[in-house]
Write a protein that binds this ligand. Structure first.
Ligand SMILES: [Zn+2]
Length: 537
């Protein structure tokens, strides 16, 4: 039996009773006691003691919608982010280096650049990528993952030729002579990323696949995360998670949202449900429409900006209803990506058709994102008991684009305060690597609602700091059926917690992203430490 007392800290328990706590006793990976220091000491007289010198303890942070394997895949690519790679020459060096360790048949890959942060203030070109990596395909992913640059060989292999018209939902960049400059935007970029990821994972041995998941977990642990819903679990990535889990390499509890067309495989292999204490596949993921910043979210009007359509609805209402019914009968929680109001309407129709009146929503079927869930839709979702996994961090990262695409209703996008008043359970998440997985950014944005350019989107929809923190703790735990195990610091729950150097409830909201993560602890074991708080552990 191992016992540890954590004391001399400020404990933000997020428990409903909110009794003050000064110390916490951990026994065999769970919280055995939490409260007044003397009482906790009395409960564990022989325990080791870790003193926090006033550091702040919050429940382990939970990301309710994250593409974990994608985060790991990009972590293995050449780091072309700024300020690490301040100019295009440095990016070229990093790609050259990456070429040396990239197996034949895979594309040389870099990631993380933002053209506006580069000294040149523009995207690198295909010619510049060709100088670094001649003769074999190379790709450089933009930090937003909404654009990338291809070299000549990659353009050829992707079948992108001079004079080709822009594909639906995307565009190719051109130089001032009208030739392809190598930059690919939106839909064709997503397709390339997906294809490269699947192909590279298929080629990896078990060790490399587990390493990819391990790298993702280390990144998330450094951000204070102890649990994540993987929003895109498939046969190949489930295998990678299982290999990492078997090797003790998972730094989070992973709750899988299995892509709907992979469910037959999952059931045939008997893998539905809990695989271990750290890996589960209990939910199904369906996409009802596209994205807000690519203007492919299905809306009731038309977009005032290119491509000027009404977005894309992937399933007819009846088809969607039958899918939901089938997965519900098979015992799955259903999680449907829906961004535009037209898509949200269709999803609510499907849920209303299968949920017996008055019985609530026992499987906690979810809407992922819910961007344009305007007040009447939110009321309807609340009446059905629908859970929403949303991304406050989109407001600073993508909010200016939302304002351009939704000039009349942008103040009602991601209307967190209205949703809360309507009685909806809303879980916080990042959608990383679409934006950073950093929950501190999401907490700040839920409080401030400032766009990258500094505009205020929907000031009436700002949350208090405590409600913003709840998104990533108690609410996210509920969204993955784990509120009895994680999400708050209470006796009997798992000892998943994050140690911070300041309180997000007391800090100036703009300073929250600068709060230091001192340690991330999973089941009583540190999975990340920046300070030597738990020596020898
Ligand atoms: Zn997503």
């Amino acid at each position: 039996m191992t016992e540890l007392i954590v004391e001399d800290g400020v404990f933000i328990t997020m428990a409903a009773d909110a009794a003050p706590a000064e110390a916490m006793l951990i026994r065999d990976g769970r919280i055995a006691a939490i409260g007044r220091a003397e009482a906790v000491r009395a409960a564990g007289p022989g325990a080791e003691v870790a003193r926090l010198s006033g550091a702040v303890v919050v429940p382990g942070l939970i990301d309710a919608h994250c593409h974990v394997a994608d985060v790991g895949y990009l972590a293995a690519a050449a780091d072309c982010s700024q300020p690490a790679a301040p100019d295009i020459a440095t990016i070229q060096d990093r790609l050259r280096e990456a070429a040396g360790r990239t197996p034949d048949g895979s594309w040389v890959t870099g990631s993380g650049y933002a053209e506006y942060k580069l000294r040149e203030g523009r995207h690198p070109t295909r010619a510049e990528l060709d100088q670094a990596v001649p003769g074999r395909p190379a790709v450089l992913y933009h930090t937003s993952l909404h654009a990338c640059v291809l070299n000549g060989a990659a353009l050829r292999e992707a079948g992108i030729a001079e004079g080709q018209p822009d594909p639906p939902g995307g565009a190719f960049g051109h130089d001032d002579q009208g030739r392809l400059d190598g930059v690919v935007y939106e839909a064709p970029m997503f397709a390339l990323f997906e294809r490269n990821l699947r192909r590279d994972i298929a080629r990896m041995g078990a060790g490399a696949r587990g390493g990819l998941i391990e790298a993702a977990g280390q990144r998330l642990a450094a951000l204070g995360l102890t649990a994540a819903c993987d929003a895109d679990m498939r046969r190949d990535t489930f295998g990678a998670f299982a290999e990492a889990d078997a090797g003790g390499l998972l730094s989070q509890r992973i709750y899988g949202l299995v892509v709907h067309d992979q469910v037959d495989w999952l059931l045939a292999e008997g893998l539905q449900g809990r695989h271990s204490g750290q890996l589960a596949a209990e939910a199904v993921k369906i996409w009802a429409d596209g994205g807000m910043s690519s203007r492919t979210a299905a809306i009731s009007g038309t977009y005032p900006v290119p491509p000027h359509g009404s977005g894309i609805l992937y399933f007819e209402r009846d088809e969607l209803t039958e899918m939901v019914r089938e997965f519900d009968v098979r015992g799955f929680q259903v999680c449907i990506h829906a961004q535009g109001d037209r898509a949200i309407q269709a999803v609510l129709d499907a849920y209303a058709a299968i949920l017996p009146p008055g019985a609530g929503n026992p499987r906690r079927h979810r809407i992922e994102h819910g961007g344009a869930m305007y007040p009447p839709l939110a009321d309807r979702a609340a009446a059905l008991g629908i859970v929403v996994a949303s991304q406050p961090g989109f407001l600073s990262a993508l909010g200016d684009g939302f304002a351009a695409a939704f000039p009349d209703t942008c103040d009602q996008l991601y209307s967190f305060a209205s949703w809360q008043r309507a009685g909806l359970t809303v879980a916080g998440s990042s959608d990383a690597p679409v934006i950073t997985a950093d929950p501190r950014i999401g907490i700040r944005d839920a409080i401030l609602r400032r766009t990258g350019d500094g505009h205020l989107l929907g000031p009436a929809e700002r949350l208090s700091a405590r409600d913003a923190l709840a998104l990533y703790t108690t609410r996210a735990a509920y969204a993955c059926h784990r509120e009895r195990e994680i999400g708050s610091l209470e006796p009997g729950k798992l000892a998943d917690f994050t140690v911070l150097d300041a309180s997000p409830l007391e800090a100036e909201p703009g300073q929250i992203p600068g709060i230091g993560i001192l340690a991330t602890v999973l089941g009583g074991t540190p999975v990340y430490q920046s300070a030597d708080i738990f020596p020898g552990r």
